[in-house]
Design a binder for this molecule. Structure first.
Ligand code: SF4
Ligand code: SF4
Length: 351
Protein backbone atom coordinates (compact mmCIF):
# COMPACT_ATOMS: atom_id res chain seq x y z
CA UNK A 1 0.00 0.00 0.00
CA UNK A 2 1.36 3.40 -0.97
CA UNK A 3 1.65 5.64 2.10
CA UNK A 4 1.52 9.40 2.52
CA UNK A 5 2.48 11.59 5.46
CA UNK A 6 -0.50 12.84 7.44
CA UNK A 7 0.46 16.49 7.65
CA UNK A 8 2.27 17.71 10.73
CA UNK A 9 1.56 14.50 12.64
CA UNK A 10 4.27 12.83 10.55
CA UNK A 11 2.22 9.61 10.70
CA UNK A 12 2.61 7.45 7.61
CA UNK A 13 -0.84 6.43 6.42
CA UNK A 14 -1.88 4.11 3.60
CA UNK A 15 -3.77 5.94 0.86
CA UNK A 16 -6.81 3.71 1.42
CA UNK A 17 -8.06 3.68 5.01
CA UNK A 18 -11.08 2.08 6.61
CA UNK A 19 -14.20 3.77 7.89
CA UNK A 20 -15.98 1.26 10.12
CA UNK A 21 -19.36 2.99 9.93
CA UNK A 22 -21.21 0.32 7.95
CA UNK A 23 -19.92 -2.68 9.84
CA UNK A 24 -22.52 -2.22 12.58
CA UNK A 25 -25.72 -4.29 12.94
CA UNK A 26 -24.22 -7.32 11.24
CA UNK A 27 -23.83 -10.87 12.59
CA UNK A 28 -21.32 -11.24 15.42
CA UNK A 29 -17.78 -11.47 14.12
CA UNK A 30 -18.53 -9.72 10.81
CA UNK A 31 -16.79 -6.46 11.71
CA UNK A 32 -13.81 -8.38 13.11
CA UNK A 33 -13.48 -10.32 9.88
CA UNK A 34 -13.67 -7.26 7.58
CA UNK A 35 -11.29 -5.15 9.68
CA UNK A 36 -8.72 -7.92 9.84
CA UNK A 37 -8.96 -8.48 6.09
CA UNK A 38 -8.34 -4.77 5.56
CA UNK A 39 -5.30 -4.85 7.87
CA UNK A 40 -4.00 -7.95 6.10
CA UNK A 41 -4.19 -5.97 2.86
CA UNK A 42 -2.08 -3.15 4.31
CA UNK A 43 -4.73 -0.74 5.63
CA UNK A 44 -3.25 0.98 8.67
CA UNK A 45 -5.82 3.61 9.66
CA UNK A 46 -9.23 2.88 11.19
CA UNK A 47 -11.91 5.40 12.03
CA UNK A 48 -14.16 4.15 14.83
CA UNK A 49 -16.84 6.69 15.75
CA UNK A 50 -19.73 4.44 16.86
CA UNK A 51 -20.33 4.35 20.61
CA UNK A 52 -22.50 1.23 20.94
CA UNK A 53 -20.76 -1.40 23.09
CA UNK A 54 -21.21 -4.34 20.69
CA UNK A 55 -19.43 -2.77 17.73
CA UNK A 56 -16.74 -1.28 19.99
CA UNK A 57 -16.02 -4.73 21.36
CA UNK A 58 -15.63 -6.00 17.79
CA UNK A 59 -13.17 -3.22 16.98
CA UNK A 60 -11.18 -4.29 20.02
CA UNK A 61 -11.22 -7.92 19.02
CA UNK A 62 -10.17 -7.05 15.45
CA UNK A 63 -7.02 -5.23 16.57
CA UNK A 64 -6.19 -7.47 19.53
CA UNK A 65 -2.52 -8.37 19.34
CA UNK A 66 -2.05 -6.04 16.34
CA UNK A 67 -2.40 -2.62 17.97
CA UNK A 68 1.00 -1.43 16.73
CA UNK A 69 0.08 -2.18 13.11
CA UNK A 70 -2.75 0.27 12.96
CA UNK A 71 -3.61 3.90 13.69
CA UNK A 72 -6.95 4.27 15.44
CA UNK A 73 -9.10 7.39 15.32
CA UNK A 74 -11.83 7.79 17.93
CA UNK A 75 -14.29 10.63 18.46
CA UNK A 76 -14.95 12.95 21.38
CA UNK A 77 -18.67 13.72 21.38
CA UNK A 78 -20.02 10.35 20.24
CA UNK A 79 -22.18 8.62 22.82
CA UNK A 80 -24.75 5.89 23.11
CA UNK A 81 -28.22 6.64 24.44
CA UNK A 82 -30.94 3.98 24.67
CA UNK A 83 -28.82 1.70 22.55
CA UNK A 84 -28.45 4.21 19.74
CA UNK A 85 -25.59 6.44 18.69
CA UNK A 86 -26.10 10.06 19.73
CA UNK A 87 -23.82 13.04 19.22
CA UNK A 88 -23.36 14.82 22.50
CA UNK A 89 -21.84 18.04 23.79
CA UNK A 90 -22.14 16.91 27.39
CA UNK A 91 -18.55 16.97 28.60
CA UNK A 92 -18.85 14.29 31.27
CA UNK A 93 -20.62 11.94 28.86
CA UNK A 94 -18.08 12.63 26.13
CA UNK A 95 -15.22 11.88 28.51
CA UNK A 96 -16.90 8.69 29.72
CA UNK A 97 -17.25 7.41 26.16
CA UNK A 98 -13.60 8.01 25.37
CA UNK A 99 -12.64 5.93 28.40
CA UNK A 100 -15.17 3.32 27.29
CA UNK A 101 -13.61 3.22 23.83
CA UNK A 102 -10.11 2.77 25.21
CA UNK A 103 -11.31 -0.06 27.43
CA UNK A 104 -13.18 -1.87 24.66
CA UNK A 105 -10.31 -1.40 22.21
CA UNK A 106 -8.03 -2.87 24.90
CA UNK A 107 -5.57 -0.05 24.41
CA UNK A 108 -4.39 2.89 26.47
CA UNK A 109 -4.20 5.43 23.67
CA UNK A 110 -5.88 6.64 20.49
CA UNK A 111 -3.73 7.88 17.66
CA UNK A 112 -6.26 10.56 16.81
CA UNK A 113 -9.07 11.98 18.91
CA UNK A 114 -11.56 13.85 16.73
CA UNK A 115 -13.71 16.72 17.87
CA UNK A 116 -16.78 15.03 16.53
CA UNK A 117 -19.10 16.11 13.76
CA UNK A 118 -19.23 19.89 14.05
CA UNK A 119 -20.94 21.89 11.28
CA UNK A 120 -22.67 24.91 12.81
CA UNK A 121 -21.14 28.22 13.99
CA UNK A 122 -22.75 28.04 17.44
CA UNK A 123 -21.68 24.44 17.88
CA UNK A 124 -18.17 25.36 16.78
CA UNK A 125 -17.92 27.83 19.67
CA UNK A 126 -19.03 25.14 22.13
CA UNK A 127 -16.70 22.51 20.70
CA UNK A 128 -13.62 24.69 20.64
CA UNK A 129 -14.19 26.30 24.03
CA UNK A 130 -15.24 23.14 25.90
CA UNK A 131 -14.37 19.96 24.01
CA UNK A 132 -11.01 21.08 22.71
CA UNK A 133 -9.60 21.60 26.26
CA UNK A 134 -10.84 18.12 27.17
CA UNK A 135 -9.24 16.64 24.07
CA UNK A 136 -6.04 18.48 24.91
CA UNK A 137 -6.12 17.00 28.40
CA UNK A 138 -6.42 13.53 26.88
CA UNK A 139 -3.40 14.39 24.75
CA UNK A 140 -1.36 15.59 27.74
CA UNK A 141 -2.26 12.38 29.56
CA UNK A 142 -0.97 10.32 26.64
CA UNK A 143 -4.41 8.94 25.83
CA UNK A 144 -4.55 10.70 22.46
CA UNK A 145 -1.56 11.44 20.27
CA UNK A 146 -3.21 14.02 17.99
CA UNK A 147 -6.40 16.06 17.87
CA UNK A 148 -8.57 16.15 14.76
CA UNK A 149 -11.72 17.97 13.70
CA UNK A 150 -14.51 16.24 11.81
CA UNK A 151 -17.48 17.74 10.04
CA UNK A 152 -19.20 18.36 6.72
CA UNK A 153 -19.15 22.14 6.36
CA UNK A 154 -15.98 23.49 4.67
CA UNK A 155 -16.12 27.04 6.12
CA UNK A 156 -16.50 25.65 9.65
CA UNK A 157 -13.66 23.19 9.10
CA UNK A 158 -11.60 26.10 7.76
CA UNK A 159 -12.08 27.90 11.08
CA UNK A 160 -10.67 24.86 12.83
CA UNK A 161 -7.66 24.84 10.51
CA UNK A 162 -6.90 28.52 10.99
CA UNK A 163 -7.30 28.21 14.76
CA UNK A 164 -3.97 26.38 14.74
CA UNK A 165 -5.31 24.04 17.42
CA UNK A 166 -6.07 20.87 15.45
CA UNK A 167 -3.64 18.51 13.75
CA UNK A 168 -5.93 17.12 11.08
CA UNK A 169 -9.28 17.47 9.40
CA UNK A 170 -11.78 14.86 8.27
CA UNK A 171 -14.41 16.00 5.79
CA UNK A 172 -16.30 14.51 2.85
CA UNK A 173 -14.54 14.72 -0.51
CA UNK A 174 -16.48 13.39 -3.48
CA UNK A 175 -17.26 14.28 -7.06
CA UNK A 176 -20.78 15.55 -6.39
CA UNK A 177 -19.30 18.39 -4.33
CA UNK A 178 -16.48 19.27 -6.69
CA UNK A 179 -17.62 22.90 -6.90
CA UNK A 180 -18.94 23.25 -3.37
CA UNK A 181 -18.40 26.71 -1.98
CA UNK A 182 -15.49 26.95 0.40
CA UNK A 183 -13.97 23.59 -0.42
CA UNK A 184 -10.94 24.83 -2.34
CA UNK A 185 -10.17 27.36 0.38
CA UNK A 186 -10.24 24.55 2.95
CA UNK A 187 -7.94 22.33 0.89
CA UNK A 188 -5.51 25.19 0.38
CA UNK A 189 -5.50 26.12 4.05
CA UNK A 190 -4.74 22.52 5.01
CA UNK A 191 -1.84 22.45 2.58
CA UNK A 192 -0.44 25.77 3.69
CA UNK A 193 -0.52 24.79 7.35
CA UNK A 194 0.50 21.18 6.79
CA UNK A 195 -2.75 19.89 8.28
CA UNK A 196 -3.46 16.30 7.27
CA UNK A 197 -6.72 15.85 5.39
CA UNK A 198 -8.76 12.67 5.56
CA UNK A 199 -11.31 12.35 2.78
CA UNK A 200 -14.42 10.63 4.06
CA UNK A 201 -17.53 9.63 2.09
CA UNK A 202 -15.77 9.22 -1.28
CA UNK A 203 -18.95 7.66 -2.69
CA UNK A 204 -21.10 10.55 -1.39
CA UNK A 205 -22.62 8.31 1.25
CA UNK A 206 -23.24 5.66 -1.42
CA UNK A 207 -25.14 7.96 -3.80
CA UNK A 208 -22.45 7.93 -6.46
CA UNK A 209 -22.54 4.16 -6.79
CA UNK A 210 -26.29 3.80 -6.18
CA UNK A 211 -27.55 6.51 -8.50
CA UNK A 212 -24.71 7.19 -10.93
CA UNK A 213 -22.79 3.92 -11.29
CA UNK A 214 -21.43 3.52 -14.80
CA UNK A 215 -18.25 2.50 -16.57
CA UNK A 216 -16.84 5.84 -15.49
CA UNK A 217 -18.28 6.17 -11.96
CA UNK A 218 -16.71 3.27 -10.09
CA UNK A 219 -15.25 2.71 -6.63
CA UNK A 220 -11.78 3.14 -8.12
CA UNK A 221 -12.54 6.41 -9.92
CA UNK A 222 -14.27 7.77 -6.79
CA UNK A 223 -11.23 6.99 -4.63
CA UNK A 224 -8.83 8.28 -7.28
CA UNK A 225 -10.75 11.55 -7.43
CA UNK A 226 -10.55 12.05 -3.66
CA UNK A 227 -6.86 11.22 -3.57
CA UNK A 228 -6.12 13.63 -6.43
CA UNK A 229 -7.45 16.64 -4.54
CA UNK A 230 -4.90 19.00 -3.08
CA UNK A 231 -3.80 18.13 0.41
CA UNK A 232 -5.73 14.87 0.75
CA UNK A 233 -3.63 12.25 2.53
CA UNK A 234 -5.91 9.25 2.66
CA UNK A 235 -9.40 8.28 1.60
CA UNK A 236 -11.85 6.62 3.96
CA UNK A 237 -14.37 4.35 2.29
CA UNK A 238 -16.81 2.60 4.61
CA UNK A 239 -17.43 -0.89 3.18
CA UNK A 240 -20.19 -2.96 4.70
CA UNK A 241 -18.75 -6.34 3.72
CA UNK A 242 -15.81 -8.12 2.14
CA UNK A 243 -17.02 -7.48 -1.40
CA UNK A 244 -17.14 -3.72 -0.86
CA UNK A 245 -13.78 -3.85 0.87
CA UNK A 246 -12.33 -5.61 -2.18
CA UNK A 247 -13.88 -2.96 -4.44
CA UNK A 248 -12.18 -0.23 -2.44
CA UNK A 249 -8.84 -2.00 -2.24
CA UNK A 250 -8.87 -2.59 -5.98
CA UNK A 251 -7.73 1.05 -6.17
CA UNK A 252 -4.29 -0.05 -5.01
CA UNK A 253 -3.51 -2.10 -8.13
CA UNK A 254 -5.75 -0.24 -10.56
CA UNK A 255 -4.40 1.01 -13.87
CA UNK A 256 -4.20 4.68 -14.75
CA UNK A 257 -7.17 4.16 -17.07
CA UNK A 258 -9.25 2.70 -14.24
CA UNK A 259 -8.29 5.62 -11.98
CA UNK A 260 -9.14 8.21 -14.60
CA UNK A 261 -12.05 10.17 -13.13
CA UNK A 262 -12.34 12.80 -15.85
CA UNK A 263 -15.19 11.05 -17.66
CA UNK A 264 -17.01 10.55 -14.37
CA UNK A 265 -16.74 14.26 -13.59
CA UNK A 266 -17.98 15.11 -17.05
CA UNK A 267 -20.93 12.72 -16.78
CA UNK A 268 -21.86 14.09 -13.36
CA UNK A 269 -21.58 17.70 -14.60
CA UNK A 270 -20.25 19.02 -11.33
CA UNK A 271 -17.32 21.04 -12.67
CA UNK A 272 -18.48 24.61 -13.16
CA UNK A 273 -15.51 26.43 -14.62
CA UNK A 274 -12.47 25.91 -16.78
CA UNK A 275 -10.28 24.95 -13.88
CA UNK A 276 -7.86 22.07 -13.77
CA UNK A 277 -9.14 18.99 -11.93
CA UNK A 278 -5.71 17.27 -12.10
CA UNK A 279 -6.96 14.31 -14.13
CA UNK A 280 -4.11 14.15 -16.70
CA UNK A 281 -6.60 13.47 -19.43
CA UNK A 282 -4.49 15.78 -21.56
CA UNK A 283 -1.52 13.37 -21.73
CA UNK A 284 0.59 12.22 -23.47
CA UNK A 285 2.86 15.19 -23.61
CA UNK A 286 5.64 14.85 -26.22
CA UNK A 287 8.26 15.88 -23.66
CA UNK A 288 6.67 13.91 -20.80
CA UNK A 289 5.57 16.77 -18.57
CA UNK A 290 3.24 15.52 -15.82
CA UNK A 291 0.71 18.24 -16.52
CA UNK A 292 -1.63 17.52 -13.60
CA UNK A 293 1.26 17.52 -11.14
CA UNK A 294 2.53 20.84 -12.49
CA UNK A 295 -0.88 22.55 -12.49
CA UNK A 296 -1.58 21.28 -8.97
CA UNK A 297 1.69 22.79 -7.75
CA UNK A 298 1.02 26.01 -9.63
CA UNK A 299 -2.37 26.30 -7.90
CA UNK A 300 -0.74 25.56 -4.58
CA UNK A 301 1.84 28.30 -5.12
CA UNK A 302 -0.75 30.82 -6.26
CA UNK A 303 -2.87 30.19 -3.19
CA UNK A 304 0.00 30.96 -0.85
CA UNK A 305 2.01 27.78 -0.26
CA UNK A 306 4.75 28.86 -2.64
CA UNK A 307 7.76 27.40 -0.87
CA UNK A 308 6.10 24.03 -0.34
CA UNK A 309 5.09 23.99 -4.02
CA UNK A 310 8.60 24.86 -5.18
CA UNK A 311 10.11 22.10 -3.06
CA UNK A 312 7.73 19.52 -4.53
CA UNK A 313 8.25 20.91 -8.01
CA UNK A 314 12.02 20.52 -7.68
CA UNK A 315 11.46 16.77 -7.40
CA UNK A 316 9.65 16.53 -10.76
CA UNK A 317 11.90 14.99 -13.38
CA UNK A 318 10.56 17.01 -16.32
CA UNK A 319 10.09 20.73 -15.77
CA UNK A 320 7.47 23.02 -17.25
CA UNK A 321 10.14 25.01 -19.08
CA UNK A 322 10.70 22.00 -21.35
CA UNK A 323 7.26 22.55 -22.94
CA UNK A 324 7.54 22.84 -26.74
CA UNK A 325 4.14 24.55 -26.98
CA UNK A 326 2.65 21.92 -29.26
CA UNK A 327 -0.85 22.66 -27.92
CA UNK A 328 -1.89 19.00 -27.79
CA UNK A 329 -2.85 19.19 -24.11
CA UNK A 330 -5.24 22.08 -24.70
CA UNK A 331 -7.04 20.11 -27.39
CA UNK A 332 -7.42 17.07 -25.18
CA UNK A 333 -8.55 18.79 -21.99
CA UNK A 334 -12.25 18.08 -21.44
CA UNK A 335 -12.57 21.17 -19.24
CA UNK A 336 -11.25 23.72 -21.72
CA UNK A 337 -8.33 24.54 -19.46
CA UNK A 338 -5.64 26.51 -21.26
CA UNK A 339 -3.02 23.98 -20.21
CA UNK A 340 -0.12 25.42 -22.26
CA UNK A 341 -0.66 28.81 -20.61
CA UNK A 342 -0.73 27.17 -17.18
CA UNK A 343 2.46 25.29 -17.95
CA UNK A 344 4.18 28.50 -19.08
CA UNK A 345 3.04 30.25 -15.92
CA UNK A 346 4.28 27.34 -13.82
CA UNK A 347 7.73 27.70 -15.36
CA UNK A 348 7.79 31.33 -14.23
CA UNK A 349 6.39 30.78 -10.77
CA UNK A 350 8.06 27.51 -9.81
CA UNK A 351 11.51 27.60 -11.45
S1 SF4 B 1 -5.36 20.47 -18.03
FE1 SF4 B 1 -7.37 19.49 -18.27
S2 SF4 B 1 -6.96 17.36 -18.85
FE2 SF4 B 1 -5.04 18.24 -18.06
S3 SF4 B 1 -5.00 17.69 -15.90
FE3 SF4 B 1 -5.97 19.70 -16.01
S4 SF4 B 1 -8.17 19.31 -16.19
FE4 SF4 B 1 -7.13 17.36 -16.63
S1 SF4 C 1 1.82 22.23 -24.94
FE1 SF4 C 1 3.59 21.75 -23.67
S2 SF4 C 1 2.72 20.71 -21.89
FE2 SF4 C 1 1.16 20.68 -23.48
S3 SF4 C 1 1.46 18.70 -24.50
FE3 SF4 C 1 2.63 20.23 -25.65
S4 SF4 C 1 4.69 20.15 -24.77
FE4 SF4 C 1 3.33 19.11 -23.33
Amino acid sequence: MLCRTLGRTDLEVGVVSLGCEHLIDKPKGHAVSVIRAAMDAGVNYLDVFWAQPGIRDEYGEAIAGRREEVLVAGHLGASCQDGQYARTRDLALSEEYVHDLLKRLRTDYLDVLFLHNCDEPDDYEVVMSQHYPLADRFRQEGKARFIGFSGHNPPIALRAVTSGLVDLIMIQIHMLEHSREGRQELLDACLERNIGLIAMKPYAGGRLLREHASEAVTPVSCLAYALAQRGVTTVLPGPQDHAELRDALSYVDATDAQRDFSQALQDLGTVESASCVYCNHCLPCPVSIDIAAVTRLLDMAQRGAREMAREAYARLTVKASECVECGDCAERCPWDVDAPAAIAEAAEVLE
